[in-house]
Write a protein that binds this ligand. Sequence first.
Ligand code: ATP
Ligand code: MG
Length: 394
Amino acid sequence: LENEFENAIQIVKLLQQNGHKAYVVGGAVRDQILGREIGDIDITTSAIPTDVQSIFDKVIPVGIEHGTVIVRYHGESFEVTTFRIEGDYSDFRHPDKVHFVDRIEEDLSRRDFTINAIAMNVDGKIIDPFFGVKDINNRLIRTVGKAEQRFYEDPLRILRALRFSSQLGFSVEKNTKISLLANIEWIKKLAIERVAVEIEKLFAGTNIKKAMPLLLDSRIDKFLPIFKDKSDLWKCFCTLSTPVPTLTEFITLGHLYDRSVPIETWVKQWKLSKQIKKDSFKLVELFDDFEANHLNKWLVYRLPTYLIQSFIHIVSVLLNEQIKEETIREMQGTLPIQERKELAMNGQDILYLNPNKPKGPWINDCILQLEKNVVTGDVENNKKDIREWVKQWK
Ligand code: ATP
Ligand code: MG
């Protein structure tokens, strides 16, 4: 096994040395077999959380009652989950009860798809009671057990099937697909936070275009906030041929496709973070500036590095214009200042120049105007020139 698994293997070995069974499981095993870049490595073990806590120094109890802890090991994080099976899901969020078990096969049986129900021991040997390797080779998403039952237990699996088809470019196996299409409405029982996580990954999938026909067929939109009342909006999303990597970009596109839905509504109905809201507002503002004025100094000045890719993608999707990241970076490099605090004068200084004016919002207006003038090169960034400029500013 490659180095990427080095720390995970150490953890598995330590668990074994303490008398427990342990395996690498889930997405990492699947992606390793596929030759895909692996993400987080999940470990499954017969050890219960208190055992795990006694073996490792840094253990974060994220879901003790479900048997899940995070082990920090040599700077890396690993989800370590006790072998378990699940009771009913009466709230459609968490199983009412989980039962710890001691056979890996039982643990694998509660997992969603055969491709995710493969365990790997430290020698790279594979435990695959549901023939997940075969499904990986045939590029098929198939539930472990009867699709109907597995989707009913946790309708998130319906969304996950679509998500994996977009991420991996796999097809959904016939019976799994029949059940997915017949029972799509079960997703309305899910907490929106869980839905949002899967929708983000779905639209971020590199095979989104390939997954689109099934996505359209599923009529999932009828059960998603906002889309359920805006069928044209969903159609716009279904014409996308490139991945949308983040929810920020997703809702920004949503708003730009149909401005009658405010960003606030997206954020509220999808229960998204303040950061996403802030970034989305910024992207809309910059998009509008681009549409009116093309790339300009003031625009690139306001575009933070972490939003460059999103901005470029949105412009490409909506205006079919391809901006190069390098072009933006170069323009940013030639700006007189990179941020407001580099201005040669601050609010205090400006207040000082206007001793007769009381403090008020005018100071902020003035600084914003000044900032813009300095960025565009209309005013030089030194005290003397700024003083002159402030004098004539109203
Ligand atoms: P990714 O590469 O996106 O992390 P993953 O397959 O690792 O994909 P996770 O959401 O990290 O997906 O879940 C880890 C594993 O836990 C899955 O591979 C699967 O075995 C199991 N699992 C996750 N969610 C469910 C679910 N809703 N029902 C059953 N099993 C699940
Ligand atoms: Mg994972």
